[in-house]
Design a protein around this ligand. Sequence first.
Ligand code: ADP
Ligand code: MG
Length: 205
Amino acid sequence: MASARAPVRYSNVTRRYGSVHALADFSLELAAGEFVTLLGPSGSGKTTALNILAGFDQADEGHVFIGDRSVGSLPPEKRNVGMVFQNFALFPHMSVFDNIAFPLRMRGVNRAEAAPRVERALEMVKLKGYQDRRPNALSGGQRQRVALARAVVSEPPVLLMDECLSALDLKLREELQQEIMRIHRELGTTVLFVTHDQSEALALS
Ligand code: ADP
Ligand code: MG
């Protein structure tokens, strides 16, 4: 499994919610294949920045680029950005297989074509054999591995991680930090990881 990789650029992005400036003139560049960690306290606009790149939110001013394309007006499914959310955000009524296949199904890939790709994603996060389980039959760490598999299954050139280890206990967090670094090496994807945890930022970047 190898992804295309793409440079990412935020250019003078501003986002206001009423009187709150969630982002004010925010600029950041990531080279293709680079792993960048953004460290900031709660409320500093980290989630807003990721949502604007993924297409779940819109900038009031400024532009976001993936490759050399300004993507601000594209819907999320046309951006091919993988995202791992702060909460686990799995579909509770779907099996592990269907959760991981979801981004492929959204793009019109049928079940038979999706199967080997889901299998590879499961291998990558070391959950081979778990495809028929429901999320409620998994531990927190396993659920976050499923979320990671779902984020990489479409081999996105850009992967966004929103404090995705914060809900896990220390030992599991450290283990998954290693896994994320390994997956980054294997896929070569451009990764933007945000956290409020200084030791996590130092461990990753
Ligand atoms: P972080 O992820 O760094 O904790 P956020 O991007 O979630 O920060 O939030 C940045 C600021 O914007 C906070 O003050 C937050 O309350 C505010 N904010 C975020 N989303 C919304 C929203 N949908 N409506 C109103 N205010 C919001
Ligand atoms: Mg946040």
